[in-house]
Design a protein around this ligand. Structure first.
Ligand code: APR
Length: 319
């Protein structure tokens, strides 16, 4: 039986997700949006490319949650993106309201779905989504770490002039300015980045610049686009998580997952390496952090907590 995948939000990321999912033939796709025409139009446009790219999946658009019923997986991008000069946190008030509506919509219609959230500010929105929907915590996960890690890997590969496949690293913590690119876990062809500094192939200063550019990776794109935020790389990241779930690949991926004492954090969603398989988030993988990495991680967790406190003030139901 083909899987049913619902995409809530048929904007820039939603449309790109639908196209990638169709090309990868991961399942039938329902595009849902309050703007019904956008959902229907994109579904039809992508469907009309199926004879060219040879995918046999059904695509439809709707603004009715009944049509999304019994989805195997749901990816949420409903919400407002940033405009130049805004931080992700500035989106809290408006996107919190939207995520409450979405939670209401999906909880009765697809209670068994695996739900991936992409809407920003990510860690707080995914936590609110879990509270509102009351879905099991292992079935609600946020997309951020794959994207941030991918940006970091890309910048490092360009700077060091090595193929992207040779760069191994990850970015943990919250999906904001406090995210933590893990330098002690950064390897090029299996060799610690430290050795490349020692041999003069890259300077500490250049690494700092790349870390900073990674942290501001989203804002750099918002500045160019002017009217919206990144969507190709965010969609590709979401699809990697979806595929690992649907095909039970059990990949280790950095994602925003619920923490119950892992990494010294409790009752909070934040970016950590997890295993995604047919049971959703099957495990939080514990890696050793250096003192500096741990300090930065704690700082990032505190930033997420503070923003969640702000969310609770907006909607006391989140208490
Ligand atoms: N229910 C369903 N869809 C909604 C709702 C809602 N209550 N409110 C808004 N939408 C839809 C909009 O109609 C729009 O089509 O969500 C879509 C969002 O699309 P874009 O504006 O193109 O935004 P996008 O670039 O896809 O980003 C979406 O992901 O990365 C984050 O920061 C980004 O929060 C933003 C989200």
């Amino acid at each position: 039986m083909k899987k049913k995948i619902t995409l809530i939000g048929a904007g820039q990321i939603g449309g790109t997700l639908a196209h990638l999912i169709a090309i990868k033939k991961l399942g039938d796709i329902v595009l849902f949006d309050v703007a019904e025409g956008i959902a229907k139009g994109k579904a039809l446009d992508i469907a009309q490319s199926s004879p060219i790219d040879n995918f046999d999946v059904n695509l439809s658009g709707t603004n009715n949650y009944e049509d999304t019923k019994n989805s195997d997986a749901i990816i949420i991008t409903a919400g407002v993106p940033r405009k130049p000069g805004m931080t992700r946190d500035d989106l809290l008030g408006i996107n919190l309201k939207i995520i409450k509506q979405v939670s209401e919509g999906i909880k009765s219609t697809s209670p068994n779905a695996f739900v991936i959230c992409i809407t920003n500010p990510l860690d707080v929105i995914v936590m609110a989504l879990q509270r509102y929907s009351k879905f099991p915590k292992n079935k609600v996960v946020g997309m951020a770490g794959i994207l941030d890690s991918s940006r970091f890997k890309y910048f490092l590969s360009k700077e060091l002039k090595v193929p992207i496949g040779d760069v191994e690293t990850l970015v943990l913590g919250g999906h904001g300015d406090t995210m933590v690119p893990m330098l002690n876990h950064t390897k090029i062809r299996g060799e610690p980045i430290e050795n490349f500094i020692k041999s003069g192939k890259i300077t500490k200063d250049n690494i700092e610049k790349i870390v900073d550019r990674t942290r501001k990776g989203g804002a750099e794109i918002v500045k160019y686009l002017e009217k919206g935020s990144a969507y190709y790389a965010p969609a590709a990241s979401g699809v990697q998580m979806l595929e690992s779930y649907l095909k039970d690949l059990k990949k280790e991926l950095p994602c925003a997952a619920f923490l119950e004492n892992e990494y010294g954090a409790k009752d909070i969603y934040a970016g950590v390496p997890v295993i995604i398989g047919k049971n959703g988030v099957e495990k939080v993988v514990q890696i050793n952090l250096s003192e500096n990495e741990k300090n930065q991680f704690d700082k990032s967790i505190n930033a997420v907590k503070e923003l969640f406190d702000a969310a609770k003030k907006i909607d006391p139901e989140l208490e």
